[in-house]
Design a protein around this ligand. Structure first.
Ligand SMILES: NC(=O)c1ccc[n+]([C@@H]2O[C@H](COP(=O)([O-])OP(=O)(O)OC[C@H]3O[C@@H](n4cnc5c(N)ncnc54)[C@H](OP(=O)(O)O)[C@@H]3O)[C@@H](O)[C@H]2O)c1
Length: 317
């Protein structure tokens, strides 16, 4: 149970990756400022979290089951929180989807939206009325750089994160009137099971209904570049957890929080040309014309963002 003065933080999707690391980072806060309710849809997966939490488990960290795709599960979980009092809601649960659109069923696409978009909406709808009554609260949403910039062959995942960005951008204004903050965390690639799960799915893919050229672009052009990008630019779940803690602890938390300064110029392209041509053409050239030079491009990006643009991101340190 939370002590007086402790903030109650509820986090979705804590069985692995970023959610697990945020839960542990907050639960191990030196000043014990947080009472963490780490949730996951299947409590049989709790071992990794419990081990990482160590002594904090049972003290500043407790577990509850929660499936963000189920109205009943969400309601039951929030009803199990003392007085339904949540100071900080961290919407982290999410799933990926990669591949040519022709080979992905509408059912699979709906599953992504059900988790990444409606899962967040469901959580906010359940928690927001109590926050409004108390005139306080902070809602954090784990978005992505792909919530700001489309990425080839990630069409549906990107769309789900864009949808959430639009929802939150609209909600933030109303919530401000009730003294409730809303912040988006926008990581680039992060080394978690997310990446592993997507690559496993890709390995099983059969590409029904996809023409040979598209399959070749996906397998021989996109996938190697994507692996390069993860290797050159990937952050750790610890990096994202530290950034998230900074956002929570800021006296005036920002709405948008890119975690990786290497992505600042990529996102800036979009706003530099309102016709959209600059970003579409740049991505086209990066993928199809300069694929073999991707490593060099990465190095240039690293130089470009080494100092002046870094201010626009939340540094994990
Ligand atoms: N990794 C990246 O490169 C990256 C980059 C930008 C943004 N993100 C975002 O970061 C968030 C966390 O991803 P991650 O990288 O940490 O991946 P991860 O290790 O695969 O973790 C995803 C978590 O979401 C949970 N989850 C999935 N569906 C759920 C549902 N219906 N209800 C409750 N929990 C559910 C998973 O639980 P199960 O174990 O039960 O499946 C897992 O705990 C996602 O929103 C993702 O979009 C990731």
């Amino acid at each position: 149970m939370a002590n007086s003065g402790q903030k109650v933080v509820l986090i979705t999707g804590c069985s692995s990756g970023i959610g697990l690391r945020i839960a542990v980072t907050l639960a191990k806060d030196e000043k014990k400022r947080y009472h963490v309710i780490a949730t996951m849809r299947d409590l049989k997966k709790k071992d990794k979290l419990v081990e990482a939490a160590g002594d904090a488990y049972g003290k500043t960290l407790m577990l509850l089951p929660l499936d963000v795709c189920s109205d009943e599960s969400v309601k039951q979980c929030i009803n199990n929180v003392k007085e339904r009092h949540i100071d900080i809601l961290i919407n982290n649960a999410g799933v990926g989807l990669l591949g040519p659109v022709e080979s992905i069923s509408i059912e699979e696409m709906k599953r992504v939206f059900e988790t990444n978009f409606f899962g967040v909406v469901r959580m906010i709808k359940e928690v927001m009325p109590d926050m409004k009554k108390r005139r306080s609260g902070h809602i954090i949403v784990m978005s992505s750089v792909m919530g700001l910039q489309g990425v080839v062959f990630n069409d549906v995942y990107t769309a789900s994160k864009f949808a959430m960005e639009g929802f939150c951008e609209s909600m933030a204004v109303q919530l401000m009137k009730f003294n409730i903050r809303l912040s988006m965390i926008e990581p680039g690639p992060v080394h978690t099971e997310f990446e592993t799960k997507m690559m496993e799915d890709v390995a099983k893919m059969e590409y029904p209904g996809v023409d040979a050229d598209t399959v070749r672009y996906f397998k021989d052009v996109y996938l190697p570049s994507s692996i390069d990008i993860f290797e050159a630019m990937g952050q750790t779940p610890e990096d994202i957890a530290k950034c998230t803690k900074k956002v929570i602890e800021s006296s005036s938390p920002r709405f948008r929080n890119l975690t990786n300064s290497l992505y600042t110029p990529i996102v800036a392209l979009k706003y530099a040309d309102e016709t959209g041509g600059l970003s579409v053409n740049t991505f086209y050239n990066l993928l199809f014309n300069f694929g073999p030079l991707m490593h060099i491009t990465m190095s240039i990006l690293k130089c470009l963002t080494c100092s002046c643009l870094r201010r626009r991101t939340i540094s994990p340190n």
